[in-house]
Design a protein around this ligand. Structure first.
Ligand code: CFM
Ligand code: HCA
Length: 539
């Protein structure tokens, strides 16, 4: 791996090479000796990064899947247009008449005139127009880069319009709030997640106290229903008798966000994008959180068992075992058929902030080894585990994002849940922890933060993996190297891949991809141009 690292950074100027070297680490296969990886830092200008922006993380990722909030992009039309359903988050309103604004693209369509003279009046107009048309429960405003540059105050507009509209229509409550998620706010989408978490926590969670009926009540945090994943998880939980108060934010409703604090446990799927909400809810309401993972059959079973163990009821544990027993035969049959063809093959995964880890479980179930993996925008805790959080250095970019001061709610803090957590912890049950991706990767494999096009090309040339997983920007360049490529963001319109049924879908698709002969007919650039050839013996 050290030689590969040298090869990846060889062409960079010395200063760039020094920085990139810290973002490329060899895994040790062991938690205690996991090396420190540089992450959540600026991409070096000129490098073709895989990253997106803060607006994408806030508007597209966290709030994107919300169907009954009118989400207005305050900015030039492109930002609204390119975040319009491109993430393939699905939703299913309870009835055909129920609110669903996801098919609309709301934007103030700022133009030169607004940039010069200010866009606040146009924003007020847009809010009123949306209100008159739809009378929604909530309107959210998302700031794009020019908004911050010209100084439009979206929060003041939100406050003013909320007051005005609620005064004008006393019998219909409307919630209006804004996000200062200008694209440049942080070094990646990650800043947008944090900004989204803060505002949802401040303006929405806890607004109504009407609880959902149910004996075992949980929230699912960081599950966005890409390709229908949340539908599979919802079905599993329902069959187990577990009540989902709210999902943040796949297939969700703002009405459930508002009462999310009535749940007895928070479960986190994507740690990176939403751990802030879980932490703040624990401080304010006393609700403990655990990390779960519904990608991979074994991990899905483990997660269901962990939830059941929290509630500790025999009835629930039996139901969970029964559901797992119902699901496993199909998983085993699929593996028996495909594993002889996938065993021993290799994969590389470079995705956002959690999937590069989660999907390794699916590959390992198929007998495939992950040679290299990395996140676009994760922090050290997602790589090395939460135990490193105290040693993470806060720099100018991370300081830019507001840390909310949260205190226990005087009436709604649940002391019983706090006591329950303590008792379970004494028995060895783990709360508030995420071990990260690196300790779970084999010795000699690589973890690479914020991979770029040059390094992706090099990795393919050096290792010739049987499959490479990333996003749309990477897809075609990789295929041109003769390597099959699977998008783990949009799923290439496939999916669902969550739970047991999703695992079976995934095995079958990957089998077809890695065993197709067509890729051998593609000549990679270095095969066509002998001067680009390099050989590397990675044993
Ligand atoms: Fe979490 Fe996500 Fe991801 Fe993410 Fe994303 Fe996504 Fe992703 Mo694309 S919230 S970090 S910001 S799991 S949109 S659903 S696929 S990069 S790995
Ligand atoms: C985003 C969204 C994205 C992009 C996917 C891709 C998604 O980061 O703004 O690059 O293919 O999952 O839709 O991550």
């Amino acid at each position: 791996p050290d030689e590969v690292r040298q090869e990846l950074i060889k062409k960079y100027p010395p200063k760039v090479a020094r920085k990139r070297a810290k973002q490329i680490q060899a895994n040790t296969g062991d938690e205690a000796s996991t090396p420190e990886i540089l992450s959540n830092v600026r991409t070096i200008p000129g490098i073709m990064t895989m990253r997106g922006c803060s607006y994408a993380g806030c508007k597209g990722v966290v709030l994107g899947p919300t169907r009954d909030i009118v989400n207005i992009t305050h900015g030039p039309i492109g930002c609204g247009f390119y975040s319009w359903l491109t993430r393939r988050n699905q939703t299913e309103p309870p009835t055909p008449e129920s609110e669903n604004y996801m098919t609309y693209c709301f934007s103030t369509d700022m133009n030169e005139n607004d940039i010069v003279f200010g866009g606040e009046n146009k924003l007020k107009q847009a809010i009123r127009e949306a209100y008159d048309l739809f009378k929604p429960r909530a309107i959210a405003i998302f700031s794009t880069c020019p908004v911050g540059l010209i100084g439009d105050d979206v929060h003041a507009v939100a406050r003013e319009m909320k007051e005005t509209l609620n005064k004008e229509n006393p019998d219909h409550f409307i919630n209006i709030f804004g996000f200062s998620c200008e694209g440049y706010k942080g070094v990646s989408q990650s800043a947008g997640h944090h900004i989204a978490n803060n505002q949802i926590f401040t303006h929405v969670i806890g607004l109504t106290d009407k609880p959902k009926e149910g004996k075992y009540k949980i929230n699912m945090l960081g599950e966005y229903n890409i390709g229908g994943d949340a539908f599979v998880i919802d079905d599993l939980l329902e069959r187990c008798g577990i009540t989902l108060v709210s999902t943040f934010s796949g297939n969700s409703s703002i009405h459930d966000f508002e009462r999310a604090h009535t749940a007895d446990l928070n479960t986190i799927m994507c740690h990176r994008s939403i751990n802030y909400v879980a932490e703040m809810m624990e401080i304010k309401y006393g609700i403990p959180w655990i990390k779960v993972n519904f990608i991979g059959a074994k991990e899905s079973a483990k997660s269901l068992r962990k939830i059941a163990q929290y509630f500790g009821d025999k009835e629930l544990m039996d139901r969970v075992e029964q559901v797992i027993a119902e699901e496993m035969p199909a998983v085993e049959a699929a593996l028996a058929s495909i594993k002889p063809r996938t065993e021993g093959k290799t994969a590389m995964l470079f995705v956002g902030g959690s999937r590069a880890h989660h999907y390794q479980d699916l590959f390992s179930e198929m007998g495939m080894k992950t040679l290299a993996a990395g996140y676009e925008f994760a922090h050290r805790d997602d790589y090395e585990g939460r135990r490193v959080i105290p040693s993470i250095q806060v720099d100018a970019d991370s300081r830019n994002i507001e840390e909310l001061e949260v205190c226990p709610d005087p009436t709604r803090y649940d002391k019983e849940l706090e006591a329950k957590k303590k008792a379970l912890e004494a028995q060895g049950y783990e709360f508030s922890d995420y071990k990260g991706m690196m300790p779970e990767m084999e010795q000699g494999t690589l973890s690479i933060d914020d991979l770029n096009q040059h390094e992706a090309d090099k990795l393919i040339e050096l290792y010739k993996p049987d499959i490479f997983c990333a996003g749309i920007k990477e897809k075609f360049g990789i295929q041109k190297c003769g390597v099959p490529m699977k998008q783990l963001h949009s799923y290439d319109s496939g999916g669902p891949y969550a739970g047991f049924k999703g695992a079976v879908n995934f095995y079958k698709e990957i089998d077809r991809l890695v065993n197709s002969k067509v890729w051998s007919f593609v000549k990679a650039p270095w095969n066509k141009n002998p001067e680009l050839t390099a050989t590397y013996n990675w044993e």
